[in-house]
Write a protein that binds this ligand. Structure first.
Ligand code: T46
Length: 140
């Protein structure tokens, strides 16, 4: 089985620094190889809480730790990898077809997500056993 885990990558976000602070930016085409359809953000997460616990069939995402830090755990049905996001100029590209959980949120963290699709519950697989079966049967 080929795995989308191999396509997960950090993206260095361009950052203009001056005496009055930083300005970081991403552009479609240069930094993002998908069309932006949606942006959402997660904040106010209790440090003991986890988010996610699902996979997406088609949605590609870029995660940016705007503030604080958290961990993204990815699972392709066989292999797992974890990534710590703790720098606002270091984003993580996550392709579809990966089970994910987000945990170890630092207090005050803000997770911005740039998404390739509008929200659709049809795109979610929210049961781990269903995801493993779907991955095993999914032609690659
Ligand atoms: C992901 C992780 C990191 C909407 O109505 N519109 C939206 O754009 C989103 C993202 C969610 N929702 C609704 C669906 C649920 O009723 O908001 C509620 C909470 O969503 P969910 O349980 O999926 O939240 P998380 O934090 O577990 O997952 C979210 C994203 O859904 C998902 O794409 O990768 O953040």
């Amino acid at each position: 089985m080929s795995s989308n885990l191999s396509f997960v990558k950090f993206i260095e976000i361009r950052n203009i620094q001056s005496s009055s602070g930083h300005l970081a930016f991403l552009e479609q085409g240069t930094d993002l190889d998908f069309e932006i359809k949606r942006i959402y953000y997660i904040f106010g997460v209790n440090t003991a809480s986890a988010r996610g616990g699902h996979a997406h069939k088609a949605l590609a995402q870029v995660f940016i730790p705007i503030s604080g830090s958290f961990r993204i755990n990815l699972f392709d049905g066989v292999e797992s990898k974890s990534f710590v996001l703790d720098c606002p100029t270091k984003a993580l590209y996550v392709p579809p077809k990966l089970w994910r959980t987000l945990d170890t949120f630092e207090a005050g963290s803000v997770c911005l997500v740039i998404a390739s699709e509008c929200y659709s519950e049809e795109d979610y697989i929210r049961e781990l056993d269903q995801f493993v079966l779907w991955q095993a049967g999914e032609p690659k």
